[in-house]
Design a protein around this ligand. Structure first.
Ligand code: AMP
Length: 485
């Protein structure tokens, strides 16, 4: 889901995690645990909605999962055998309760709660049309568009209405929904954001953004929810429907590089293994003589391990991270972001002084982190600093659910590698090549005609039209909305 950004109403960004469970007497506490494991996907707010057969119960709040659901008193109010939950990424956007998910509304057919990970690319366009028709929006999230489309659908069942609504939206979505009878999970036709299915030994079903959320509650991983698949979990068990036109899947490659937890398995591949393999590829592609390989923690660790092993250079922890501060990316102003980096990292001189250092990080976005880290490593006495990045240069913004700044703020948009190296202050800088990245995920190269992944942030090859960005007036969507009635 996404919200409007205060500095630029047309710039939308969010990152989120979702969790849903059907058929367990402690559905809410399992959801709280699942969300806790997904905390890296969103630290701004958390919410849970449960249903006990008669009533819906909900609690939403700003802050971390533990802040909101850490006490038994809160969990106790959320009774029911089915629940859905959501964590939302912290942006400087509209930090207000009305945007905290799962969203809940009462419809003709009863109540429905919905939690969304991803971004809809035609949400603003549809929203304008709905507002013109008299729909009263309660939040600034794109997810609410789905709620209104469900409300005005002329179909009768929840499932049909959801399908009807989702056929009108474009973009990336992994959803969990809770009705009076079922927990529903849906993944967009391209499968851009992850969604997995799991089962507890007791038989209760779970749908979650990542496998780490299954591990925490002791659930077995069953399979990935397929792109374009809608899964219904109710008293009959599990039902799967594929209501959308089939497309080639385009899972987000940045989930592997940075966003997902390394102990998660996505699309059959361990995130940790991919990261390590990228490190090995990087060492092959852009090896350099040095005394020590140092990761920028935490995201650079697996790639640095792979790099050090392939290059046969010792791996050491030369930067220590303070775990009690949030991601620096969250901070709204440059000054605070700089401070954030200092708050978060400290040089471990013993592994740096007098050494030629290779620093490994996952990405350079604005360049703020790298600049500060390099300065810190030089101050700690490094004789040379080489930087290796386990993603290709980030040249384009993401519109599908990963928070990236506007394009002109991306360092790689304005500068080539040599210029970036100079700005960051390193002796050499290299990024993994696009083909190297694809090799790390088990391909032989990037197939330019049919890339296996969404890599738009590195290539500008956006697999879903950007209707809102293109200033679309929504004519197309309006046609879709009235089609068939
Ligand atoms: P920057 O300082 O703007 O160059 O950001 C790069 C750092 O932010 C890297 O160390 C990444 O680990 C981290 N990062 C990259 N993308 C994101 C994102 N979408 N959300 C939060 N952090 C990110």
């Amino acid at each position: 889901m996404l919200t409007t950004h205060p500095f630029d109403d047309d710039h939308l960004h969010e990152e989120c995690g979702v969790f849903g469970i059907y058929g367990h007497p402690d559905a809410a506490s399992h959801t709280a645990l699942g969300l806790h494991a997904l905390q890296h996907r969103g630290q701004e707010a958390a919410g849970i909605v449960a249903f006990d057969g008669e009533h819906f119960h909900s609690h939403r709040g700003l802050g971390h999962v533990a802040d909101n659901f850490g006490t038994e008193a809160v969990i106790k109010t959320l009774h029911g055998h089915m629940a859905v939950g959501h964590v939302r990424y912290s942006t400087t956007g509209e930090t207000m309760l009305r945007n905290v998910q799962p969203l809940f509304a009462d419809f003709e057919f009863g109540g429905l709660a919905i939690g969304h990970n991803g971004n809809l690319t035609n949400a603003l366009t549809i929203r304008k049309q709905l507002v013109r028709r008299g729909c009263l929006f309660q939040s600034t999230t794109d997810t609410e568009v789905i709620v209104h489309l469900i409300a005005i659908s002329l179909y009768s069942t929840v499932e049909e209405r959801m399908i009807d609504a989702l056929r009108q939206v474009e973009g990336a979505y992994s959803l969990v929904a809770l009705t009076q009878n079922a927990v529903i999970g849906v993944r967009d036709p391209l499968g851009i954001r992850p969604l997995v299915l799991g089962q507890l030994p007791s038989g209760a079903w779970i749908i979650a953004s990542e496998t780490c959320a299954l591990d925490i509650v002791g659930a077995n991983f069953v399979r990935d929810v397929e792109p374009g698949e809608l899964i219904i979990l109710d008293h009959n068990g599990l039902r799967s429907i594929k209501p959308f036109v089939k497309s080639r899947s385009r899972f987000c490659i940045f989930e592997y590089i940075y966003f997902a937890r390394p102990d998660s398995v996505m699309e059959g591949t361990s995130v940790y293994e991919v990261r390590k393999q990228i490190g090995r590829e990087l060492a092959k592609e852009s090896g350099v003589d040095a005394d020590v390989v140092i990761p920028v923690p935490d995201s650079g660790v697996p790639a640095a391990l792979g790099y050090a092993a392939a290059a046969n250079i010792p791996f050491e922890l030369g930067i220590i991270r303070n775990h009690y501060v949030g991601r620096t990316f969250i901070e709204p102003t440059v000054t605070i972001r700089h401070l954030g980096v200092k708050l978060k990292h400290n040089a471990n001189r013993v592994n740096i002084a007098g050494k030629r250092v290779i620093l490994v990080d996952d990405s350079i976005v604005r360049g703020t982190t790298s600049t500060k880290i390099v300065e810190m490593v030089r101050q700690a006495g490094a004789t040379e600093v080489h930087m290796r990045i386990s993603s290709p240069p980030t040249t384009h913004s993401c519109f599908y659910g990963i928070d990236t700044p506007e394009r002109d703020k991306l360092l790689a948009y304005n500068h080539d590698v040599a210029q970036m190296a100079k700005l960051i202050g390193v002796d050499s800088l290299a990024f993994i090549s696009l083909d190297g990245l694809y090799r790390a995920v088990g391909e032989t190269e990037r197939n330019a005609r049919h890339p296996k992944f969404c890599d738009a942030c590195f290539t500008g090859d956006y697999p879903i039209a950007l209707a809102d960005q293109d200033g679309g007036q929504g004519q197309e969507s309006l046609t879709l909305m009235t089609e068939g009635f």
